[in-house]
Design a protein. Structure first.
Ligand code: GUN
Length: 291
């Protein structure tokens, strides 16, 4: 019998972001028109990693577009830990600052954990502070959920993709995406498997997944034969290969099998930034009298 070729649904994060950012902008304009100050986000960048600079610029532009005040603190790469902690203490104390984001990775001489611990959990719009990670474990709603997991959750739910009872396989157990994402998926009642660098045979897991999410940064790691027919595939990877941006997923192969798939670029990336705007607005509501 001839194989019927069906096009997968494209999980378009750019389009959904546009919709969500319009709503955010309306809400922000509403507060300002009522006489409140605008929400604000302080972004701290240490050093001059080119990829981090691009991410930070994107975040700032997105803030400005929706009326969130964005403050950039760009410190030299030889900044001492004490200097960075002093800046964070000032931002913690500043009542006009709602959210604080320290772009990762930090230069190797600065211990990431110490920096994250120094951020006021109520301003931790990245959701990386143990208090917020703990709230994710405990399913306490007033914490901050890390931006990429939150963005993926919004994208899947917008497209009506059911997580409850689904076999979800997350490839990559990193601090920024894989680990908090697996906790959020458990919150949504999915059956979650997490693969990582020590997993013996990743494809043994990926082939069983109803929903496959890859967050490794290894270009084209996920090939067609590793994906179940009819699966939903979410690609978190952003890698530069010969001046092209590519994901973890070999899109051309995998699109033949997937029911739905995220593009790179234009899938998870914009949703991460949108989630950051939502978290900043949440911090603003939490830290001001607006409920
Ligand atoms: N570096 C890569 N992704 C992120 C993120 O979501 N937040 C921060 N702070 N740094 C990152």
């Amino acid at each position: 019998m001839e194989k019927v070729l069906k096009k997968p649904i494209i999980l378009d994060g750019k389009a959904l972001s546009l919709q969500l950012r319009q709503k955010i902008e309306q809400e922000v304009r509403g507060y300002v028109s009522m006489g409140h100050r605008a929400p604000s986000l302080a972004v701290v960048l240490v050093g001059d990693d080119p990829a981090s600079q691009v991410y930070v610029e994107n975040k700032q532009k997105a803030c400005q577009k929706v009326g969130i005040r964005s403050l950039l603190y760009h410190l030299p790469k030889n900044t001492r830990l004490e200097e960075l902690l002093e800046l964070i203490a000032q931002l913690n104390a500043d009542q006009e600052v709602d959210g604080i984001l320290v772009q990762l990775p930090l230069p190797p001489h600065i211990p990431q954990q110490e920096v994250i611990l120094s951020i006021d959990p109520k301003k931790d719009v990245d959701g990386f502070h143990p208090e917020n990670m703990g709230k994710l474990v405990a399913r306490i709603e007033d914490g901050f959920i890390p931006c990429t997991p939150l963005g993926i959750d919004l994208l899947l739910s917008h497209h009506g993709i059911e997580l409850k009872g689904a076999d979800v396989v997350v490839v990559g157990a990193g601090f920024i995406v894989g680990r908090p994402l697996s906790l959020l998926l458990l919150w949504r009642d999915a059956t979650v498997s997490v693969c990582h660098i020590h997993t013996k045979d990743i494809s043994e897991y990926t082939r069983r997944a109803d929903i496959l999410i890859s967050a490794t940064g290894v270009p084209h790691l996920i090939k067609g034969h590793m994906v179940k027919e009819g699966a939903v595939v979410v690609d978190v990877g952003i890698s530069r290969v010969r001046d092209r941006i590519v994901g973890d997923v070999d899109f051309e192969e995998v699109k033949e099998k997937a029911y739905a798939i995220t593009p790179v670029p234009g899938g998870v990336g914009p949703m991460t930034v949108t989630a950051l705007l939502m978290n900043t607005l949440k911090a603003y509501r939490l830290n001001s009298s607006i409920k």
